[in-house]
Design a protein around this ligand. Structure first.
Ligand code: GLN
Length: 342
């Protein structure tokens, strides 16, 4: 991180603190209000997910400098589910480069449900890596000498994002595996079109494993902060993602990360984000913050009801929307001029 970025984070933090007293107080207030919202249903189509306590609720913000602000059930573990998808996309990009990955998975929003059995009619590719079809094609791209090696490369990658060793919840994994007929059907359809290779059944296993990784709300915020910090975990200082690919992850998160409400999300919240059916959401304020929210009750699209409400409020309250017209042209010109002269 350079000095200007660091100054910008301080400015934003200053703004967040000035908006209402300290940021923690603001988070507590948002959390208190959110607790009264009981709309939505816990996902039950994967039987293990149905066991979640619907009242779990955590909010965590980690800055690109590694400061942590949090409230509620931030240490409760849950399976990461689809929040894993952009990070696998990043690993596939590192393994094969942009062009090779884009031959197997597109970057167009679908407007369809996350588990839709649909491929692009012209290219036969899945539409994007944030829906199940694209995520399975992405898992198929993860390199390794054999299946255990691919799995351990994936676990090591998540470990770098969260700053500790990560583990798969075996019960969730088995639950996904036993009930995953739809995902298997998607895998077979893609095999038919050559979008996945011979080892696609192993890749499906890898996909079920990635969805079953145990994380906390704080982990999600740390993953977001790592993207905000150009791919480097702000606490461990370890690089989790090649800097070249950070923008690709974030742009596909912005356009496709919230399933069939991605358009409305980009419009209202304006932040790259990804949700999962266990109730987690990670959002990124590029260059500045990672936000993690966890609350298991989902809306009809599969996004956490409270998670969406929290991110919407944070974005509005602190002007975090990507297209907020914050920087006056004059100061931009000054910056450009200043840089030009160096
Ligand atoms: N494991 C889930 C599935 O494949 C992940 C979906 C999600 O979080 N939207 O159905």
């Amino acid at each position: 991180m350079n000095i200007e970025q660091s100054d910008e984070i301080d400015l934003l933090l200053g703004r967040m603190k000035a908006a209402t007293a300290p940021l923690r107080t603001t988070l507590r207030e948002i959390h208190d209000r959110g607790r009264g919202d009981h709309r939505g249903e816990v996902a039950t189509y994967i039987p293990e997910l149905a066991k979640a306590n619907p009242d779990w609720f955590g909010i965590c913000i980690v800055t690109a400098k590694g400061d942590i602000f949090e409230v509620g059930d931030v240490q409760q573990t849950f399976s990461i589910q689809s929040v894993s998808k952009p990070f696998l996309f990043g690993l596939a990009l590192e393994d094969h480069g942009l062009d090779a990955v884009l031959r197997k998975v597109g970057v167009e929003p679908t407007g369809e449900a996350f588990n839709a059995i649909v491929l692009d009619e012209v290219s036969n590719r899945p539409f994007n890596p944030m829906v199940n079809a694209g995520a399975i094609a992405t898992a198929d791209l993860i390199a390794g000498t054999d299946y255990p090696d691919r799995l351990s490369r994936m676990l090591a990658m998540f470990g770098r994002y969260v700053g500790r060793e990560v583990h798969v919840d075996n019960k969730v994994f088995l639950s996904e595996r036993i009930t995953g007929h739809r995902n298997r059907a998607i895998g077979h359809l893609m095999r038919n079109f050559g979008m996945v290779g011979d080892r696609f059944e192993e890749s499906l296993e890898l996909y079920f494993q990635q969805c079953s990784l145990l994380v906390t709300c704080r982990d999600l915020a740390m993953m977001g902060a790592t993207l905000a910090n150009g791919g480097v975990n702000p606490q461990t200082r370890e690089r989790a993602l090649d800097a070249r690919y950070v923008k690709y992850l974030q742009s596909v998160m912005l356009s496709c990360g919230m399933y069939d409400s991605a358009g409305e999300w980009a419009f209202r919240v304006g932040l790259p984000a990804k949700s999962g059916v266990s109730g987690g959401i990670v959002a990124v304020v590029p260059g500045k913050l990672g936000i993690g929210v966890f609350s298991p009750r989902l809306d009809s699209r599969g996004n956490s009801v409270r998670g969406v409400a929290v991110c919407t409020e944070l974005s509005e309250r602190f002007g975090l929307h990507a297209f907020e017209s914050g920087v006056p042209l004059e100061s931009l010109e000054q910056q450009l001029d200043h840089r030009g002269r160096r």
